[in-house]
Design a protein around this ligand. Structure first.
Ligand SMILES: Cc1ncc(COP(=O)(O)O)c(C=O)c1O
Length: 420
């Protein structure tokens, strides 16, 4: 099989046969001519099928190792809502407790009200086998995993969870295992090779990578063709599809995913290292640092292509530090306003929600991305007012380190940092 970047650039983006244009055009037509009733080229109406979306879906299925089919949605949240809706009434989900705030909201507020969904949130990082098995019910239809989690970057042992729920389900139909692979992207993690049945993405993040499109996806392995067909039916019936322009933009972004992820990883590691040395920081959370409790597990679960690249780059791998996606979280020292002062003082890190774009962003999860999680649960998850989340971009690493250091100096020590 061709390598990661080769697939990203060529699959789904073949030259357009009508003109030989190397880059396929954006297919804006909402409807398609039929030669006779029911005789057409696979496209009838753009909500159901669209050439730009089909191209993107082919790219996504090729990028996610172990993937065969993909469906693109109008947002990551639309993909989440569609898969949860597909479970029907009175289903039960077991979800990682440190889940994206919007996913928590959909499960706990929307689906609970409209389809009687029950959700059990489990600390998959620390739970014993018995606790995980004990969370399964006759009506458990889906297991929801994010790894690393958002925002505390805990690494989840995906193969362990998949094995446990398959072998100990009280139902004759074991639950499906879904992994939201947004944070590591298909470059650093390949959950379908680790036992997942479905991968979901907010394409808004790394896969598009340029912070100019909101979209999402579900990706399935070859043995789940029936599941794919059912979700495709719902994708059309519900209609939360991305526009042709968004599909084209995301496909263009996806071509450079591998190149960008390598730089995101190297830069994030440089920033994490600098934070670890800073007297103004209480804790740095980055799975590529040996100080991270899930460091060995993160190494063991890396995608084959990321591991190959990391070793070629000369990192020590299992024993030492290595690049692992572009997200870094840390607890700032000082008083309870230090984090907000830090966020006002960074110059290259823009204070904004979202992540995964070429530009660096910083935010305060407790008041921004995770504001919809009730305060007691936030406290339990360690999402306090001192927790800062960085999405490290692909600018020059020296500039990013200097920016973080000057803002820390200002926020905690209270005076302007003078670079030497
Ligand atoms: C891990 C994760 N999953 C899903 C989503 C939802 O994606 P979207 O904003 O594209 O709806 C987000 C958004 O931040 C996310 O961080």
């Amino acid at each position: 099989m061709p390598g990661f970047n080769t697939r990203a650039i060529h699959v789904g983006s073949e030259p357009d046969p009508s003109s030989n244009a190397v880059i396929p055009p954006i297919s804006l037509s909402t409807t398609f001519k039929q030669d006779k009733v029911g005789v057409h080229k696979g496209y009838e109406y753009s909500r159901s099928q669209n050439p730009s979306r089909a191209g993107l879906e082919n790219t996504l299925a090729a990028l996610e190792a172990g993937g065969k089919y993909a469906l693109a949605f109008a947002s990551g949240s639309a993909a989440t809502a569609t898969i949860i809706q597909s479970l029907g009434p009175n289903a039960h989900i077991v979800s990682v407790n440190d889940v994206y705030g919007g996913t928590f909201r959909y499960m706990d507020k929307v689906a609970r009200e409209v389809q009687g969904l029950q959700t059990t949130f489990v600390d998959f990082e620390n739970a014993s086998d018995e606790e995980i098995i004990g969370s399964l019910k006759e009506n458990t239809k889906l297991i929801w995993i994010e790894s690393p989690t958002n925002p505390t970057l805990r690494v989840i042992d995906i193969p362990r969870i998949a094995r446990l729920v398959r072998t100990h389900s009280p139902s004759s139909t074991p639950p499906l295992v879904l992994v939201d692979n947004t944070f590591p992207s298909p470059f650093f993690s390949s959950p379908l090779l680790l036992g997942a049945d479905i991968v979901s993405h907010s394409l808004t993040k790394y896969i598009n990578g340029h912070s100019d499109s909101v979209s999402g996806a579900l990706i399935f392995p070859a043995h789940h063709s029936a599941l794919f067909e059912r979700l495709k039916y719902l994708q059309n019936a519900i209609g939360a599809v991305p526009s042709a322009f968004d599909s084209w933009l995301v496909q263009r972004g996806a071509k450079t995913l591998g190149v960008r992820m390598k730089q995101h990883g190297k830069n994030a590691l440089a920033v994490a290292r600098a934070l670890e040395k800073s007297p103004y920081v209480k804790e740095v959370i980055y799975p590529g640092l040996p100080s991270h409790p899930g460091h060995r597990l993160a190494w063991g679960l890396l995608s084959p292509h990321a591991k190959k690249w990391i070793l070629e780059e000369g990192y020590d791998g299992e024993e030492g530090e290595f690049p692992f996606s572009g997200m870094v979280t840390f607890r700032i020292g000082g008083d309870e306003d230090s984090a907000e002062r830090f966020l006002e003082k960074t110059e290259l890190f823009t204070l904004a929600e979202s992540l995964g774009g070429v530009e660096s962003l910083a935010e305060l999860p407790a008041k921004m991305t995770h504001g919809s999680i009730p305060p007691a649960e936030r406290a339990q998850l360690g999402i306090g007012l001192d927790l800062v989340r960085l999405s490290v971009g692909i600018e020059e690493w020296e500039d990013l380190v200097e920016d973080v250091e000057q803002a820390l100096e200002w926020a905690v020590n209270g005076h302007r940092y003078m670079p030497r």
